[in-house]
Design a protein around this ligand. Sequence first.
Ligand SMILES: CC[C@H](C(=O)O)C(=O)SCCNC(=O)CCNC(=O)[C@H](O)C(C)(C)COP(=O)(O)OP(=O)(O)OC[C@H]1O[C@@H](n2cnc3c(N)ncnc32)[C@H](O)[C@@H]1OP(=O)(O)O
Ligand SMILES: [Co+2]
Length: 135
Amino acid sequence: MLTNVEHIGIAVRDIAASNDLFTKLLNVAPYKAEVVAAEGVMTSFFRVNQTKIELLEATSPDSPIAKFLEKKGEGIHHIAFEVDDIEGEIERLKNEGFTVLNEVPKRGADNKLVCFLHPKGTNGVLIELCQEIKE
Ligand SMILES: CC[C@H](C(=O)O)C(=O)SCCNC(=O)CCNC(=O)[C@H](O)C(C)(C)COP(=O)(O)OP(=O)(O)OC[C@H]1O[C@@H](n2cnc3c(N)ncnc32)[C@H](O)[C@@H]1OP(=O)(O)O
Ligand SMILES: [Co+2]
């Protein structure tokens, strides 16, 4: 089951400059910076009550963020929903006809297991599902 919007991912060219901007905007400093090498991203997380913003900078030219920036420029990159059973949701969504880009959940940022749905099947919005990793 999808429980809530866990974060909004925003693609940025210069995460240090965007950290300053979002700190002013949200009146709060980022609580975490984390590289996810497998995704080719550097992330920075802000929390405003229950809402999180994830800033994403590409760490390599073949990063999905680099391609996105080249094509669309800076802006909202994805919406992430929190789920309580990511494997179950993957099966359910596959059966509903959505294209799951990684059918095996992968390690994301901020201590989550994640998967993504192709935006072609979701009205042009990249959707991420994420489940807290219980240590
Ligand atoms: C996991 C760490 C962290 C976390 O929260 O834990 C993250 O969120 S990491 C975020 C970065 N990782 C990903 O985005 C992984 C999933 N994304 C992908 O697999 C690709 O980006 C994919 C398949 C969505 C697009 O890759 P492709 O190589 O096909 O790039 P194209 O430029 O050819 O795109 C094809 C088509 O899709 C449109 N597109 C691409 N990205 C997005 C997007 N973010 N939102 C909406 N639409 C997108 C692109 O415009 C192309 O459409 P077209 O009409 O053909 O121009
Ligand atoms: Co994300």
